[in-house]
Design a protein around this ligand. Structure first.
Ligand SMILES: Nc1ncnc2c1ncn2[C@@H]1O[C@H](COP(=O)(O)OP(=O)(O)OP(=O)(O)O)[C@@H](O)[C@H]1O
Length: 311
């Protein structure tokens, strides 16, 4: 069963519709990515999902219950980490977390244990007694995430958590999200980095202009636009001799030869690769190198919207 069901969300600002009928579900332990360029409506969508922004239409159900701006019981199941850092710079990481933990009603040994756990998940244990003013931007972002975990959320919502952070913090954030999902937390993750969506998310929704353009696993999205894997082969001598055999190979949809180089479009490279190698060597060409390039979400986005994900 899905932990959260979002149905037909809508938001207008004056005459402009910025979220236009967005629906998706996320199961326990599943990481769902909302991928879209700046201004696509990601932040507005998740603000309505979390319940900090009133919606103009649609519904959200969390663990089978209607979730509204005023629903405290369902809000208690959510950890929301907005883009803006909300921390006290003069306090240490530990003091910040203790403060937020008390707001959640934690105290004493429970509070200390929970603070230790969230510091560990975000990789900040060793620097926990330093003032946040001494932290890098990436560490502050990790601490912001740690604060969102104090209440053991069943749904963790992260709004572009890695935007502008250093590689070390980015790695720590991605590891933390994977670990939490492994523990059964449902994760809603917005990003405009398609590599992150590919690496982290079980399913991705592509949002553009306030609308969900497509949704699915990486494989499903890629097959939706009819793309296949590119296989690039270099051979000793002329590659053209291998073209007829490759064109007869099941699963190969296009063959281009240019001097010693072959470029193929194939439906499913893993299954077809042995047949391709047989065809090339059978035509008397010795293979010098072979590279498989899987299509990415960037290609899907371009195909769906006619624009690049990052302008
Ligand atoms: N309070 C507001 N009043 C008017 N327009 C708004 C308001 N908030 C957002 N918008 C507009 O809604 C659209 C979607 O914004 P939103 O912040 O949800 O996009 P986003 O995909 O999160 O982009 P970003 O990556 O830049 O945060 C934008 O065109 C934005 O200008």
């Amino acid at each position: 069963m899905s932990l959260i069901e979002v149905t037909d969300l809508r938001k207008r600002y004056r005459s402009t519709t910025v979220v236009d009928g967005v629906s998706f579900t996320i199961g326990e332990g599943e990481t769902y990515g909302l991928l879209g360029p700046n201004g696509a409506g990601k932040t507005t969508t998740i603000a309505m999902v979390v319940g900090v922004l009133a919606r103009d239409g649609g519904g959200v159900r969390l663990a089978g219950r209607a979730h509204e701006v005023t629903s405290l019981a369902t809000k208690a199941m959510i950890g929301y980490v907005p883009q803006e850092i909300a921390l006290y710079p003069d306090l240490t990481a530990r003091e910040n977390l203790a403060f937020f933990g008390r707001l959640y009603g934690l105290a004493g040994r429970d509070l200390r244990r929970r603070v230790d756990e969230v510091l560990d998940v975000t990789g900040l244990s060793e620097r926990s007694r330093e003032a946040v003013s001494k932290y890098s931007g990436g560490m502050a972002r990790r601490l912001n995430i740690a604060a969102g975990l104090l209440n053991r959320p069943r749904l963790l919502v992260l709004d572009e958590p890695t935007a502008g952070v250093d590689p070390q913090s980015r790695g720590a954030i991605l590891d933390a999200v994977a670990r939490l999902a492994g523990e059964g937390v449902a994760v809603l993750y917005t990003t405009h980095y398609m590599e992150e969506a590919e690496r982290l998310c079980d399913r991705v929704g592509i949002l553009d202009g306030g609308r969900m353009r497509a949704e699915g696993t990486h494989r499903e999205l890629v097959s939706l636009v009819g793309a296949g894997d590119h296989v690039l082969i270099t051979v000793d001598g002329a590659a053209a001799g291998a073209v007829p055999a490759l064109e007869r190979t099941p699963g190969v949809t296009r063959v281009d030869a240019d001097e010693a180089r072959l470029e193929l479009l194939v439906a499913e490279s893993r299954a077809v690769l042995p047949l391709i190698l047989d065809a090339v060597t059978g035509a008397g060409c010795a293979v010098r190198s072979l590279e498989v390039r899987e299509p990415d979400l960037e290609a899907v986005f371009l195909k769906l919207t006619g624009r690049a994900l990052r302008d």
